[in-house]
Design a protein around this ligand. Structure first.
Ligand code: V47
Length: 362
């Protein structure tokens, strides 16, 4: 059984079903292997940032079964922010210490293409030092389809308008059959990957998520990770000058207020094994994020022992996972985040959006 771990660690070319056997190993064996990679890279550092999520609208042209955020029968609460409201949120957060705004929205057919770009331009004009992480590949694909721009053009316009990096949303699960069931009509997996690769080729960084804990199998998760490993730029090029994936973010499915009815949910062990396997397989993606908004802070901190090295940030206001039942609506207090990390024996490191260290809380 341990052979499979050695083969995985050597990066051998195995199939998703062969690599699924990693899950049969006990949690400590997997954890130890993942932790030694994590410790070699970052010692006891656990990264976080001061960020603000802004979600301009929840009116969506697509219908993803897992989504509790978009306005639909189970969440009949449509809203649309205007430019001034978005700008006011960004400025207030900046004055409060935020160094990054993470702007993702629904696929709102009412906004114009120019409106999207003006949001970024106005934020950059008012706050030249803030990092704008914006538009998932699913949104880029939506803009391309709606306005017939071509995604290359959308990406270039984003850069010209002030977007610094792309978030990892919209990846869900790459397996085409699962995707067709949970988010039919949304960006295809091939296109999601193409858009990120095109963004990387412009010298830009992005993240990659994986929505897990719904109808997908273990092999589907591994297939997802392998497709990302394959899509990552060659290792020597992964930095903030040359472009590539910065972080992998396994998002635990939140089950309330949506149209996926799931009977079995992953155990804490299954979740930690998934994080450990990600660290083992994704040797060419620098960071594994344990996103506290879906895992809860306790498990997110424990995940630092199982290969994760990052907890995301303070967020201030979280609308997507909290709509699905997560306790993340009001973000997380910076001092409490630092306390939680220190209390678990790790060293909190405030980072910027590209993982440059800003402050080490020794
Ligand atoms: O793509 C939607 C997910 C994502 C649910 O790049 C759900 O740094 C769980 O991508 N349960 C958007 N997840 C959020 C996202 C993200 C978050 C934090 C950091 C970064 C980053 C990116 O939220 C969507 C979708 O996969 N999502 N509904 C749900 N019920």
């Amino acid at each position: 059984m341990a052979d499979i771990l050695e083969q995985a660690l050597r990066g051998e070319n195995l199939t998703p079903s062969e690599l699924s056997k990693l899950y049969d190993l006990d949690i400590f064996t997997l954890g130890k292997a993942a932790d030694s990679i994590r410790t070699h890279k970052y010692q006891k550092k656990a990264f976080f940032n001061l960020n603000r999520h802004i979600n301009p609208s929840n009116i969506c042209a697509d219908v993803c079964k897992f989504c509790a955020f978009s306005a639909h029968r189970k969440n009949p609460n449509p809203y649309e922010m205007n430019l001034d409201e978005i700008l006011a949120q960004a400025i207030a957060s900046y004055n409060n210490g935020a160094k990054e705004v993470h702007i993702v929205s629904s696929h709102n057919p009412n906004y114009t293409y120019e409106w999207y770009m003006s949001v970024f331009k106005e934020i950059k004009k008012a706050l030249p030092h803030i990092h704008i992480k914006a538009l998932t590949a699913a949104e880029v694909d939506f803009l391309d389809r709606k306005f017939h721009k071509g995604y290359d053009r959308v990406l270039e316009d984003m850069i010209e308008s002030g977007v610094d990096s792309m978030p990892g949303g919209g990846a869900e699960i790459f397996d085409e059959k699962v995707r067709a069931y949970i988010c039919k009509g949304k960006v295809s997996s091939t296109r999601w990957l193409e858009i990120h690769k095109a963004w990387h080729s412009l010298g830009k960084m992005s993240n990659a998520t994986m929505l897990f804990g719904h109808i997908e199998s273990r092999a589907h998760r591994i297939d997802h990770m392998l497709r990302l490993r394959e899509a990552q730029s060659p290792q020597e090029r992964v930095d903030s000058k040359n472009g590539g994936f910065n972080a992998f973010i396994p998002l635990l499915y939140q089950r309330q207020n949506n149209y996926l009815s799931i009977k079995d949910f992953p155990s804490g062990q299954e979740i930690l094994k998934t994080i450990a396997i990600a660290r083992i397989l994704l040797s060419n993606i620098p960071h594994i994020k344990a996103y506290w908004a879906t895992l809860g802070i306790n498990l997110a901190v424990v995940a630092q022992e199982f290969g994760a090295d990052d907890l995301d940030g303070t967020i201030e206001m979280e609308s997507i996972q909290s709509a699905g039942g997560a306790k993340s609506k009001n973000g997380f207090d910076k001092d409490e985040l630092i306390f939680q990390i220190q209390n678990a024996g790790f060293t909190p490191v405030e980072r910027d959006s590209l993982y440059n260290e800003i402050k080490v809380y020794a």
